[in-house]
Design a protein around this ligand. Structure first.
Ligand SMILES: Nc1ncnc2c1ncn2[C@@H]1O[C@H](COP(=O)(O)OP(=O)(O)O)[C@@H](O)[C@H]1O
Ligand SMILES: CC(C)(COP(=O)(O)O)[C@@H](O)C(=O)NCCC(=O)O
Ligand SMILES: [K+]
Length: 254
C-alpha cells in the first residue's frame, strides 16, 4: 500500500492508497505511524511519502521511516511529474507542488487554477502542457482573525462562522463579515480573472478552509479534499518507478 503523510502548518493529514484507489484517511503523526505498523505486522509493504511544510523533527522523520519498506520525502529538487516554472524552486512549498500534480492527474491537458485554503491560502497556476507557472500566497482565515486581534488594542479574537452577514452592526459581526467576505471576494476575484482569460480553464479548491467555500462560492469550480494526497500518491508512484528502473539498470548493467 501507499501511505501519504502531509504535515501542514496547522494539521497533519494521512491517506492510504492501494493500486491507485483511495482506502482511508485521517489525521495525526501517531495515527499514521500506528497504521503503517499494522500493515507491516501483517507482512504487507508500506510505501511512504512524507510531505512537510510545517515543523518536523529528525526524530519524527526517522520514526516514520522505521515503519516503511520504501520511503521518500517530497522535495522541489526531486524528479517530478511536472515542470516547475518558479524562480526559487528550493523555497517552493511542497504542498503547492503536490496540489498541482493532483490537478494534472484529475484534469490532464487543462489550464488550472488551484486554490488551497489552509493556514495560508495559495493560488497556483498550471499551464495546459503541465508546467507550474507560479502563484500567490495570502493569509488564511485563521491568520486573518488572529492578526486583527493581535495587532490592535480593541479588537477581540472572533471565531470563523459560516453563518455571517454582509453589513456588520457591531464589532463582532464587523470582524466576522470583514474576514469571511474579504476572503470570499478575494477568491472570487481570482476565479473570475482566470475564466475571463481562458473560459476552458479548470478551478480546483482544496484545504481545510474549503468547507466554508462550498456553501458560499456560487462559481463553477471543483472541490477536491484529497487533491494534495492524490498528487503525493502520484509522486510516490513516480519515485518508485524511477528507483525500480535505476535498480534494473544496475542489476543488468543496462
Ligand atoms: N471548520 C472549519 N471552517 C473553516 N476553516 C477551517 C475549518 N477547519 C479548519 N479550517 C481552516 O483550515 C486550516 C487547516 O486546514 P489544512 O488544509 O489542514 O491546513 P494546513 O495544511 O495548513 O495544516 C485552519 O488553519 C483553518 O483556517
Ligand atoms: C504557503 C505555505 C505556507 C502554505 O502552507 P499551508 O497553508 O498548506 O500549511 C507553504 O506552501 C510554504 O511554506 N511555502 C513556501 C513558500 C513558497 O511556496 O514560495
Ligand atoms: K495552503
Amino acid at each position: 500500500m501507499n501511505l501519504i503523510v502531509d504535515i501542514g502548518n496547522t494539521r497533519t493529514k494521512y491517506a492510504v492508497y492501494d493500486d491507485g484507489d483511495w482506502v482511508v484517511c485521517g489525521m495525526g503523526v501517531p495515527e499514521a505511524y500506528e497504521l503503517a505498523s499494522a500493515y507491516l505486522h501483517r507482512g504487507q509493504e508500506v510505501n511512504m511519502i512524507l510531505s512537510s511544510t510545517g515543523a518536523i523533527s529528525e526524530e519524527v522523520r526517522e520514526h516514520l521511516k522505521s515503519v516503511s519498506t520504501f520511503f521518500c520525502e517530497m522535495s522541489p529538487e526531486m524528479d517530478l511529474p511536472i515542470r516547475l516554472g518558479y524562480d526559487t524552486p528550493k523555497t517552493l512549498g511542497v504542498d503547492r507542488i503536490a496540489g498541482c500534480v493532483g490537478g494534472v492527474v484529475l484534469f490532464p491537458g487543462k489550464e488550472l487554477l488551484i486554490i488551497d485554503s489552509g493556514t495560508a491560502i495559495t493560488y497556483d497556476f498550471v499551464s495546459a502542457d503541465g508546467e507550474f507557472r507560479g502563484g500567490n500566497i495570502s493569509p488564511g482565515l485563521g491568520i486573518r482573525f488572529r492578526a486583527l486581534n493581535e495587532f490592535t488594542v480593541s479588537l477581540p479574537l472572533v471565531k470563523c462562522d459560516v453563518n455571517h452577514g454582509y453589513i456588520g452592526k457591531n464589532t463582532h459581526d464587523a470582524i466576522l463579515n470583514g474576514v469571511m467576505n474579504g476572503t470570499l471576494f478575494e477568491i472570487r476575484g481570482y476565479i473570475d480573472e482566470i475564466y475571463r482569460d481562458n473560459p476552458d480553464a479548470v478551478v480546483i479548491i482544496t484545504g481545510g478552509g474549503s468547507e466554508y467555500l462550498k456553501k458560499t462560492l456560487n462559481r463553477s469550480v471543483f472541490f477536491e479534499d484529497k487533491l494534495v494526497n492524490l498528487g503525493l500518491n502520484r509522486v510516490l508512484e513516480y519515485q518508485k518507478r524511477l528507483i525500480g528502473s535505476e535498480k534494473l539498470r544496475i542489476d543488468f548493467r543496462i
